[in-house]
Design a binder for this molecule. Structure first.
Ligand code: ATP
Ligand code: MG
Length: 440
């Protein structure tokens, strides 16, 4: 038997009776009725029943089946047979079974079990947890989302870039940065590609994107923060205003919501998720309006502050009722809540040309226009209490011609979590990292 001749289990159901086939995968179930033995063999694409009956198959083959345990890896050569009682109406009568990988008889996690194990147990045994079709479905969908995003950017003339993850200074706030020992010096893990994607615009690249890890030393435990997450970042040159950036976000989201139901019909069904194409334009609400909307609901939020988790959630609810939209752009964030490189409104400098995208009451995107005028940028840096000398490597770029530009960062993991109604961001990540979890 040759593994190169192998077909996926789902393709067995397309075969006529008596077709010789080779399949391989995990022994998901074993049923033994003495003279009649069944294996449910599972691979990435599905499952098929292997039926071995005394008299129909070799005695030796029955002994091989007896030696198997759940989750052993086997290859099976045999012939397809129609059988109404078999799942999907077909089964394989084996001629040869080869054991490719032995599994210990006591599994740390049941792959097929009605009782759902707790998330920490699942994550400790992620390689087994991921064998469950409904868990793997999340990552098939995530893979298609990543590809859709990449294709979207390529189709719209963006360059894909790769920026350093070992950096000399914090880009966002200094508070949640991971210091690392870099030979004799202190360095940091990149919190975002902010400075480098801007550098590409100043270098004349026009439009760039990156899909890469970002690191944040988030001490608090929440269902939407990790210490390492996947950030989808873009930067665009020669923009008129941050509205140009919001339109790209909107188009990207619509593209994802149009493509994924086509590409992942089976997986969405398995997860019980229906994705409707969102209506555009997404509602746009200034932060000043958001404060009022929240106040009207009796939610106290101090004017000029960022919304907390509860505030974001309530706002999501208000928007759903008012506009029947799961998405809302919050715009014109107060200057005091935004980083020094944010472009401020000319007429009202206390407010900025920036936005967040809230989806189902959770922030998934932050973006805006950047300050590209050297003098003002240095002033803003000082106003935020930062030392321009420490940022010289960044600031000097703006002395030699910088186009007006802006961009955004989208949290891939949060998007997947919310699209698929997962209750914890950890479920949207293969091997999540949080303050306690460094393994597996
Ligand atoms: P939050 O206020 O929710 O902590 P943030 O405003 O600090 O997020 P940004 O710097 O705006 O985060 O990052 C852009 C996007 O990256 C966020 O909108 C979010 O989708 C994602 N993101 C940021 N931090 C994390 C994290 N620790 N874990 C997962 N995703 C994150
Ligand atoms: Mg943000």
């Amino acid at each position: 038997m040759k593994l190169s001749e192998r077909i996926y289990t789902k393709d067995v159901f397309e075969c006529e009776a008596s077709t010789p086939v080779v399949v391989a995968g995990f022994v998901r179930e074993l049923r033994d009725f003495g003279k009649l033995k069944f294996i449910i063999l599972a691979d990435r694409e599905g499952e098929v029943q292997i039926t071995a009956k005394t008299g129909e198959v070799d005695e030796e083959l029955l002994n091989v089946i007896d030696s198997l345990g759940k989750e052993c890896v086997v290859a099976v050569k045999g012939n397809v047979r129609n059988n109404e009682k078999a799942p999907g109406g077909k089964e394989i009568v084996p001629e040869e079974i080869k054991i490719l990988g032995i599994a210990e008889s006591i599994l740390p996690l049941e792959v097929r079990s009605k009782a759902r194990a707790e998330l920490p147990t699942r994550l400790d045994n992620r390689f087994l947890d991921l064998r469950k079709p409904e868990v793997r479905a999340v990552f098939k969908i995530r893979s298609e989302i990543a590809n859709t995003i990449r294709e979207f950017f390529y189709n719209h003339g963006f360059y894909e870039i790769h920026t350093p993850k070992i950096v000399a200074s914090a880009t966002e706030s200094g508070a949640n940065v991971f210091p690392i020992l870099y030979f004799e010096k202190e360095a940091f893990l990149a919190q975002s590609p902010q400075f480098y994607k801007q550098a590409c615009i100043i270098a004349g690249f026009e439009k760039v994107f990156e899909i890469a890890p970002a690191f944040r030393a988030e001490k608090h435990h929440t269902t939407r923060h990790l210490t390492e997450y996947t950030s989808v970042d873009t930067e665009i040159g020669f923009i008129e205003s941050y509205e140009d950036i919001m339109q790209v976000v909107e188009k990207l989201i619509v593209e994802i919501f149009s493509r994924i139901p086509e590409l992942c019909e089976k997986e969405l069904k398995l997860l019980g998720v229906e994705l409707a194409k969102p209506k555009t334009p997404f509602p746009r609400i200034t932060m000043r309006e958001a404060y009022k909307l929240l106040e009207n609901q009796g939610y106290s939020v101090s004017y000029g502050d960022e919304l907390d988790t509860e505030g974001e959630k309530l706002l999501g609810k208000i928007v759903k009722e008012k506009f029947n939209s799961d998405f809302v752009f919050l715009t014109e964030f107060p200057w005091k809540t935004r980083p020094f490189y944010t472009y401020r409104k000319e007429t009202e400098p206390e407010w900025t040309c920036s936005f967040d995208l809230i989806y189902k009451g959770v922030e998934i995107v932050t973006g805006g226009q950047r300050e590209h005028r050297y003098g003002i940028l240095v002033k803003q840096c000082i106003e935020k209490g930062m030392n321009p000398e420490a940022l010289e490597f960044y600031l000097r770029m703006f002395r030699y011609g910088a186009p007006p530009h802006g961009g955004f960062g989208l949290g891939m993991d949060r998007l997947v979590m919310l699209m698929l109604n997962l209750s914890n961001i950890r479920e949207a990540v293969l091997f999540p990292r949080d303050p306690e979890r460094l393994e597996p």
